[in-house]
Design a protein around this ligand. Structure first.
Ligand code: XMP
Length: 306
């Protein structure tokens, strides 16, 4: 594929489709939507928003701000932390979680679209998103938030310039534009890495564990896995701190290698590095007293746990 040609044609298609209308687009700071934001940046008729769902990692808001400024992508930060958390209260089922998040995103988009008088929604959906969300003849593996959560009667019309691309192609085009390689981070954020109900306390724990894990990999690992993250399990086990028995939570660490996210193998870890990550998490986060490592490929597992 010719990256320059793809970008040019995408802008032409957006221009043709929009004509005199306006659009909004939500960018998460991930590879797909950042590429789309860079493609959309020259359009004054497209308002780019970055939604703080409260399900983001530590320092994510600052990271995205720095990235967008560097690439001249004008955007508006929308603080929707309270809304997402209150809509997620009591939700345990993974599919319901994804649908609630999808719907909450759409509510936020609709509100912003009204303010901007936009009739279109520009989305960074790529091929694995809609393939795994179930086409007419496919089973629904997961409702990816930017597909499965869309209501049938959505007023905003969709424009999805990246919908035929796979992850490796997105990276190739991003590279062409000089956009940095960003590790994938799912739209539903940390919520699908908390098994069970999402609460502020659990988010706090997972944020710290994630930050420690990413820090070690980014600074000390020469051969980084394609994706690396933590999952907070609703499993309590017995441990010992000093002379005391403790009964704490469990973090699962997942490192995965894949070409395009569709299939993958768990990374064979550097045990010393893993041991350092484990020690730091249990030292720094008193609620956690056990760390396990996920040794499952995709399939049979998916990359995310929910
Ligand atoms: P799964 O868990 O489906 O993940 O094997 C494949 C890749 O997609 C990411 N992922 C998502 N990305 N919205 C996204 O934007 C989602 O709802 C979503 N679910 C999974 C996942 O992190 C992995 O890179």
């Amino acid at each position: 594929m010719n990256s320059g040609q793809f970008i040019k044609e995408s802008r032409e298609k957006i221009r043709e489709e929009l004509r005199d209308n306006r659009a909004i687009m939500a960018c998460s700071g991930g590879q797909d939507s950042t590429l789309l934001a860079a493609i959309a940046a020259p359009f004054n008729s497209i308002k780019i928003i970055f939604v703080d769902t409260g399900l983001l990692r530590l320092n994510e808001v600052n990271r995205v701000d720095t990235l967008f400024k560097k690439f001249n992508i004008k955007y508006q930060l929308i603080d929707a932390k309270k809304l997402f958390l209150s809509n997620l209260r009591g939700v345990i089922d993974p599919e319901e979680k994804r649908k609630v998040i999808g719907k909450t995103f759409i509510d936020v988009f609709n509100k912003e679209a009204k303010k901007f008088d936009a009739r279109y929604l520009l989305q960074g959906t790529i091929a694995p998103d809609w393939i795994e969300s179930g086409g007419s003849s496919r089973d629904t593996i997961k409702s990816h938030h930017n597909v499965g959560g869309l209501p049938e009667d959505m007023e905003l019309k969709l424009i999805e310039p990246l919908r035929d691309l796979y992850k490796d192609e997105v990276r190739e085009i991003s590279d062409y534009l000089g956009l940095p390689e960003v590790m994938p981070f799912p739209g539903p954020g940390l919520s699908i890495r908390i098994i069970g109900e999402v609460t502020e306390d659990k988010l706090d724990i997972l944020r710290k564990a994630t930050d420690i894990t990413e820090g070690y990999i980014n600074e000390k690992c020469n051969n980084k896995p394609w994706q690396y993250f933590c999952v907070l399990l609703p499993v309590k086990t017995t441990g010992v701190h000093g002379d005391n028995r403790v009964y704490g939570n469990t973090i699962a660490i997942r490192f995965i290698d894949t070409f395009d996210g569709m299939t993958g193998t768990f990374s064979r870890p550097d045990w010393e590095l893993l041991s350092q990550i484990s020690s730091e998490i249990t030292d720094e986060i008193p609620e956690i007293n056990r760390i396990v490592y996920d040794i499952t490929d995709k399939p049979p597992a998916t990359i995310e746990w929910e």
